[in-house]
Design a protein around this ligand. Structure first.
Ligand code: 1CP
Length: 349
């Protein structure tokens, strides 16, 4: 429901997520913590491995807060990765310098049932500890975002074993046994829902479901592989926390955005740079859309794009963000410039 009530003392980002059209536009950036910040690179070198950072609450808290020390952002996003789920399920995981994540791929769907999931909650305990500490340390106006990968996107890595390509082993496994694959994704949805519920219990104000590889799913399977598993996660969370808003990000979902928004039960829709704001459903909060390439370039091109996005989003609940993560070569000064552009823009409500 879209309303014009702007008087609440609620955090600005939560107001937008609840459907309020606000004059002030909240802003945060996907991958706002990470390799474009020298202070991240220093801590990363000290830790030696990316996974050590994710599972060390003191370091993970520090990295989560680094971008908020530099910039006037409205939210902190938990520092972790979508691949801690396969890791906590007992699948091996390594982040190899210069190559990204590497997992020993599942050979068949039946291998999923052979994973030793007994240590799941225990392995993820440091992530929950990170959230509890962040909750204590963040100022009240800042929103704390938890997250997980959507089942399809996590399955891509579990079956293909690495990123960087088109995840052929995942798409082939799905094509060979669509029914078995559907069941597999629903099992993954249940684990993901438990994980997100625990994140909320430990302080997350909202959670985002990243479906980075949604565009690899053929149209006829978009419902089974993207919408249904996401809807299952949303309804499991809503059963415990009916008031916690959930952000869905089905990257490059193209003509499926409206069905996704209407059928999953999410409160906000994350938009990639290709998505056309004016063509999006009216009754939902939108987030994102700026091409990360323009943040890298900065200057007038970025300024024009900010105006275009803010104009297109006027009169609707909106959270400013990129359409994908910050590129690692991005100068931090461009982030500061982006935030002041968004702050200066006066929205009509
Ligand atoms: O220091 C390093 O080398 C690690 C780089 C890095 C970072 C900073 C990885 C490896 N993950 C992260 C953090 C991360 N990942 C966050 C933290 C919060 C933030 O500041 O936003 C989040 C939300 C993610 C989510 C994530 N991981 C996604 C979904 C979003 C997206 O980018 O599409 C995906 C697909 C991953 C997998 C992953 N982890 C890391 C890399 C390099 C990748 C992509 C691998 C590939 O397919 O090429």
């Amino acid at each position: 429901m879209v309303s014009m009530n702007n008087l609440s003392s609620e955090k600005p980002m939560l107001q937008a997520l609840r459907g309020q059209v606000t004059q002030y536009t909240p802003i945060w950036l996907m991958r706002q913590a990470g390799r474009y910040l020298p202070e991240y690179r220093a801590l990363r070198a000290e830790a030696g491995s990316f996974l050590k950072l994710c599972y060390n609450p003191s370091m993970a808290v520090e990295i989560t807060l680094q971008p908020l020390r530099r910039f006037d952002l409205d939210a902190a996003i938990l520092f972790s990765d979508i691949l801690v789920i396969p890791h906590a399920l007992g699948q091996g995981l390594d982040f190899v310098e210069g190559e990204g994540p590497i997992l020993p791929p599942l050979e068949t769907l039946a291998d999923f049932d052979l994973l030793d999931i007994s240590g799941f909650e225990q392995k993820l305990a440091p992530v929950y500890e990170t959230l509890s500490r962040l909750k204590e340390q963040l100022p009240p106006e800042k929103t704390l975002i938890g997250f997980a990968g959507a089942p399809w996107t996590v399955a891509c890595y579990m079956l293909h074993g690495r990123g960087g390509g088109k995840f052929e082993r995942a798409t082939e496994t799905a094509a060979a046994d669509p029914q078995g694959f559907k069941t597999f994704l629903l099992k993954l949805a249940d684990v993901t829902a438990d994980y997100l519920i625990s994140q909320i219990k430990h302080g997350a104000d909202t959670v985002q479901i990243f479906d980075s590889w949604a565009a690899l799913v053929p149209d006829e399977y978009f419902h089974d592989r993207i919408i249904a598993p996401t809807a299952r996660i949303v309804s499991a969370i809503k059963a415990v926390y009916p008031d916690v808003p959930i952000i869905g990000f089905p990257r490059q979902a193209g003509r499926h955005y409206a069905d996704y928004a209407g059928q999953t039960g999410i409160s906000a829709l994350g938009l990639d740079p290709q998505a056309d704001i004016s063509a999006m459903p009216k009754n939902i909060c939108l987030q994102g859309n700026l091409d990360p390439q323009l943040l890298l370039t900065g200057g007038e091109d970025m300024q024009r794009a900010v105006t275009r996005i803010m104009d297109a989003a006027s009169g609707r609940p909106f959270i400013f963000n990129l359409g994908h993560g910050v590129i690692k070569e991005t100068p931090p000064e461009h982030v500061a410039a982006l935030i002041s552009l968004v702050r200066q823009y006066k929205r009509a409500i």
